[in-house]
Design a protein around this ligand. Structure first.
Ligand code: CU1
Ligand code: CU1
Length: 288
């Protein structure tokens, strides 16, 4: 039987407590930091050499889908009632709404150093020391809405713009493409300023602090954000019946994307799985 991922705004008090408790236990076991490490390892951009499986590439969606499944498995080994909730940032849009409550992820970082001081992941609680990161902070940081230069979360119209695109992705399959569902959702934009980041990327920017860059897994909101992104893939498939992951075949030897992206039936490192095998996971979980 497929289990259900719920909207964070609909969780009961007991469901929130169990989710938080399972996260803290996965962290205590040292498993959580392995996810941070893996995400950093797969962070290189399309300006660098080599295969891109996680970002700036078609497999952005299946790669994060599998990462979420693995974290969810770790959580469910602790408490089999737990699933990853999703944060609908088109609806819960303020710095005090879900998921930024005391009983879930805690609130914004304080002004001086952006340290999160409320909720279960606050440093002084002693359960969430950051060990794998790109800065020296051992405490979780956030700067919700980017206080110095405020930006807004993406809207439902922004999301609709991505969902309306009937093609999964287009050549050259990187951060520069202006068509295709994948990059419209991932959110790279050739605009010069960061204000031009869209959907998924814009949310990372809006949360700020630890959510910027390769170590963004350090903020547990990463999972709630990516569950909502994952839900959009499912919605896109429902909206465009028969539309599939692209490219179907790997780019040829003379193509500059040769060996740099994952085609539908190729393995998606570090897993022994293909995008094809991750397109339909309805037997594992569904969204409520
Ligand atoms: Cu990522
Ligand atoms: Cu992300």
């Amino acid at each position: 039987m497929a289990y259900v991922r719920k909207d964070a705004g609909t969780l009961t008090g007991a469901e929130k407590r169990r989710f938080v408790k399972a996260l803290l236990e996965v962290k205590r076991r040292g498993e959580y930091d392995e996810f941070v490490r893996m995400h950093i390892e797969y962070f290189p951009s399309d300006g660098e050499e080599g295969l891109r499986s996680a970002h700036m590439a078609p497999s952005f969606l299946p790669w994060h889908r599998q990462l979420l499944l693995e974290l969810e498995r770790a959580l469910r080994r602790v408490d089999s009632s737990v699933t990853v909730p999703y944060w609908d940032w088109t609806r819960d849009r303020t710095t005090t709404s879900v998921p930024w409550t005391e009983d879930l992820l805690g609130g914004d970082g304080r002004r001086s150093d952006h340290q999160v001081t409320t909720g279960p992941f606050a440093h002084r609680e002693g359960n969430w020391t950051i060990k794998v990161n790109v800065t020296d902070d051992s405490f979780l940081t956030r700067d919700l809405g980017r206080s110095r230069e405020p930006i807004d979360l993406p809207t439902s119209d922004d999301l609709k713009w991505a969902l309306d695109d009937p093609v999964y992705d287009v050549a050259p399959w990187d951060s520069t493409v202006t068509r295709g569902f994948r990059n419209k959702l991932e959110g790279w934009d050739t605009g010069r300023d960061e204000g031009s980041l869209r959907n998924h990327n814009r949310v990372h920017r809006w949360v700020g602090g630890a959510m910027l860059g390769g170590a963004s897994v350090n903020d547990p909101v990463f999972w709630l954000h990516h569950a909502f992104v994952d839900l959009q893939w499912y919605r896109w498939q429902r909206r465009h019946r028969g539309a599939r992951y692209l490219p179907e075949k790997p780019p040829g030897p003379r193509d500059e994307q040769h060996g740099r992206i994952v085609a539908r039936h190729q393995k998606l490192p570090p897993w022994d799985l293909t995008p094809d095998e991750l397109e339909d996971v309805g037997r594992i979980y569904r969204y409520a």
